[in-house]
Design a protein around this ligand. Structure first.
Ligand code: ADP
Ligand code: MG
Length: 480
């Protein structure tokens, strides 16, 4: 059990220990030039950051005006607001990344929340198999969760469940929608164009589970709600985990394509911004990004996400390292069998390497020699690895800053006190990701933004946030 007051936690993580390129004693001019070229390619200059921000704002406006645009700008149907006095018990189900989670959430009414949760690993074969099999597995997990936590139902009452399904879904009501496309390595057959809630409810019904799917929630929307529970000035919820995406509070008159009810002033928009710039008009895509995209299960899609999110950063770094090895500019041209396989260079290694402050780069050595089985690495090798990692990590944070600043400018909220809640292991653990984002915002808006906008870790947006969404959905449909 965890008592979770969902105030944003102070982030306790080491900061980046940056490398001074001038201090590297390169082995050759060619090696030095190769690193300098990488610096050129991977640096997001202040001008580029602002160009991307402007382009992103245009893409937002297009998505608000019409369906089927690059950034989908999906109305979430979430209109109610929270004040922290809400009480009740709800279930939340989080599907959309590395693990599946079932969470029971007890809202205690004074800003306090108790949660119980269990994580289940989704087998790779289920991710790309038949959709029905995937949802039957999910129902089995929920069933065993109810058993495990001795959750009993009295009479005919059903549990209301908030279903966090973090894929692009065109929402048609608070608990209906159609899947636009799979992302993040999922590709289960027979789902695109269908309603994931119907699949889930059917799977529950097949097992006679007393659970009703009350709300279909994107994790970004849940993150926004979870953060707003303790920070009423929250304007945006962001995910920087396996994937990347954001949601923000929009004024309904500005949503040109909205044809539904207009009895509220604002609605949360799930942007689906990982899809930004599929036209390749502004993103500084390198050959390493293009290679990763080509080899991914969703080639040509989610290009922005592939430059930012935790699923991909390690693989981009691996691509760069292998290229240097092939040119005999790193590790004497020798590769280890581990590094020769895709996805072996984890993004978590990058966090460790970024934080490595030892003069000999000993944690970097541990990763290379113990984890990745390189028999020998020189100091220069390790410095080059650290430099590559820094370039890719910093680029990801600065690209995130261009998206956040586009939203802050679009809404004008950078001029007043506002909070942004961010969930996801990348943001939580990657050294200096938060300060790199803030530095990017300062380049766009000036120092004032530092005083006005606070960026915090919103823990469990997809659990607590989904439960809060189920609560709002129930309240809303009861007409309260
Ligand atoms: P999800 O997005 O699936 O809900 P998480 O928020 O836990 O899950 O994000 C998982 C992603 O975070 C993985 O892609 C992983 O590479 C990355 N990640 C995990 N640990 C770290 C770390 N220490 N530093 C940087 N990235 C990490
Ligand atoms: Mg998550």
């Amino acid at each position: 059990m965890s008592q979770t007051p969902i105030a944003s936690k102070t982030i306790k993580k080491p900061s980046r220990c940056p490398l001074n390129l001038n201090k590297i004693e390169f082995e050759s001019e060619k090696q030095k030039r190769a690193v300098e070229d990488l610096v050129q390619e991977f640096t997001v200059t202040p001008k580029l950051l602002i160009d991307i921000k402007n382009n992103f704002k245009e893409a937002m406006n297009k998505g608000l005006a019409k369906d089927g645009q690059t950034i989908a700008m999906i109305p979430s149907y979430v209109v109610g607001r929270l004040d922290g006095t809400e009480v009740g018990s709800y279930l939340a189900l989080d599907v959309g990344g590395t693990n599946l989670r079932v969470v029971s959430v007890h809202l205690e009414g004074s800003g306090h929340i108790t949660t119980h949760q269990t994580k289940y690993k989704i087998d790779e074969s289920l991710k790309v198999g038949e959709a029905k099999a995937l949802f039957d597995f999910i129902a089995v997990c929920v069933d065993s969760f109810l058993d495990e936590h001795s959750i009993r139902v009295r009479g005919d009452t059903e549990f209301e469940l908030g279903f966090t399904f973090s894929f692009p879904v065109l929402q048609t009501s608070i608990n209906r929608g159609t899947l636009i496309s799979w992302t993040k390595g999922f590709n289960a057959a027979g789902m695109v164009g269908k309603d994931p809630v119907a699949f889930l409810q059917d799977a529950f019904n097949r097992r006679h589970l007393p659970v009703r799917v009350a709300a279909l929630v994107n994790d970004t929307v849940g993150t926004l709600l979870a953060h707003a529970y303790n920070h009423p000035d929250t304007v945006m919820g962001v995910i920087l985990g396996t994937g990347c995406n954001g949601a923000y509070v929009e004024e309904i008159p500005k949503i040109g394509k909205w044809t539904g009810e207009r009895n509220a002033e604002t609605m949360i928009i799930n942007m689906e911004f990982g899809a930004f710039d599929k036209e390749r008009s502004v993103l500084p895509l390198t050959m390493f990004d293009n290679r990763l995209d080509r080899l991914s299960v969703n080639a040509g899609k989610q290009l922005f996400e592939k430059m930012i999110a935790g699923m991909y950063l390690g693989e981009i770094a691996r691509g760069v390292l292998v290229n240097l090895i092939d040119r005999r500019l790193l590790f004497g041209g020798q590769i280890s069998p581990e590094l020769n396989q895709m996805w072996t260079f984890e993004t978590a290694y990058m966090s460790t390497i970024e934080a490595d402050s030892t003069p000999t780069l000993s944690s970097t050595r541990d990763i290379l020699e113990s984890t990745l089985s390189f028999t020998h690495t020189s100091l220069v090798d390790r410095q080059i690895v650290k430099c590559v990692v820094e370039l890719i990590g910093k680029r990801a944070a600065r690209l995130s800053a261009s998206a956040l600043s586009a939203v802050l400018e679009h809404t004008g909220s950078w001029k007043q006190k506002s909070s942004i809640g961010i969930d996801g292991s990348l943001f939580e653990h990657y050294p200096s990701f938060d300060s790199d984002i803030m530095d990017g915002l300062v380049e766009v808006f000036g120092d004032e933004v530092r005083k006005n906008v606070s960026i915090g870790l919103a823990q469990d947006g997809s659990g607590v946030g989904a439960a809060l969404c189920a609560l709002l959905a129930t309240k809303y449909s009861a007409g309260k």
